[in-house]
Design a protein around this ligand. Structure first.
Ligand code: C5P
Length: 279
């Protein structure tokens, strides 16, 4: 095999509680990661004689420390050899948006190069490398619905599917995750994630208790993000929340046409993405 093409999906956090600060500077958290397979970056990897990286978003091309390149360096260090490869990255997931785009690209790189170069790293080793790249990266190695604990790498996979249309709205505001964490006062979760996500019925009963601890900080700093959530509420979304440390806000609707109504309530320049439930 000389060539691999892979889709790197986005995620949303259905609930995000920052539980406590750790001695290593990170925070223990609880969240429910849910993949958005209709929104994805595409990566291609091709064996070649040197190293080439090209991204259709020119600002990412110049950043030598982007997560895809960092993933290759970690694999090279652990494999004890150079991995000559040509990489093409087509971005669709907005960056700095709480959708895990960079983390998903990094995980796709670990999986693909492990296969392309027959490196034989185990899942445990790949998870260790993933966590060195970022707290969300281990989730994307599998990208299936999961409760995330510790930094986000302690994953409990759950057979759980949202039976609604999911609409994501991004205003283009970038939030620094590091800064957002520094503004939060950690508190234990008010919900039992295992119970809430054990079934869709239990989610429906408990959904009003699900929060994202970053919302207050982001809404105060960027009132336009709060307005997006209010628009979802005005349209009677089944559920609405900000994802990650922001600034994307998503909502669940029974009716797929609600996206048009949202566009009438909110600025045209925002990015609107719809994802349908699996039939
Ligand atoms: O792990 P990642 O690189 O995504 O994290 C970015 C920053 O967010 C970290 O440097 C840290 O300050 C903060 N963070 C945290 N606890 C986590 C995840 C991230 O404090 N569980």
């Amino acid at each position: 095999m000389k060539y691999i093409e892979i889709k790197a999906p986005a995620k949303i956090n259905i609930g995000l509680n920052i539980v406590e600060k750790r001695t290593d500077g990170f925070h223990n958290l609880e969240t429910f990661f849910y993949p958005i397979n209709d929104l994805y970056d595409t990566l291609t990897f091709e064996l070649c004689s040197g190293f080439e990286f090209h991204c259709d978003q020119s600002e990412l091309n110049n950043v030598t420390d982007n997560l895809v390149v960092k993933a290759i360096r970690i694999l090279e260090k652990n494999a004890g050899r150079i991995l000559p490869v040509k990489i093409n990255l087509t971005k669709r997931i907005p960056t700095g948006a709480g959708l895990g785009g960079g983390s998903s690209d990094a995980a796709a790189t670990l999986i693909s190069l492990n296969e392309l170069f027959r490196l034989n790293f185990s899942n445990e080793q790949l998870t260790e490398f993933a966590l060195q790249l970022g707290s969300d990266v281990p989730f994307f190695l599998k990208a299936k619905p999961a409760i995330g604990r510790a930094r986000g790498e302690n994953l409990t996979h759950i057979d759980f599917e949202i039976p609604y249309h999911i609409v994501l709205v991004n205003s283009g505001i970038h939030v620094s995750t590091k800064q957002a964490f520094s503004e939060i006062h950690p508190t234990p979760s008010q919900i039992d994630y295992d119970e809430v996500f054990q079934s869709i019925d239990s989610f429906r009963q408990k959904k009003h208790l699900i929060v994202n601890d970053f919302e207050n900080y982001v809404f105060l700093k960027h009132p336009e993000v709060k307005s997006i959530k209010e628009a979802f509420k005005d349209l009677n979304a089944e559920f609405t929340l900000m994802s990650g440390s922001g600034s994307t806000v998503y909502g669940f609707f029974k009716d797929e046409n609600k996206i048009e109504e949202l566009k009438r309530l909110l600025p045209d320049k925002y990015l609107y993405i719809a994802s349908s439930p699996t039939p």
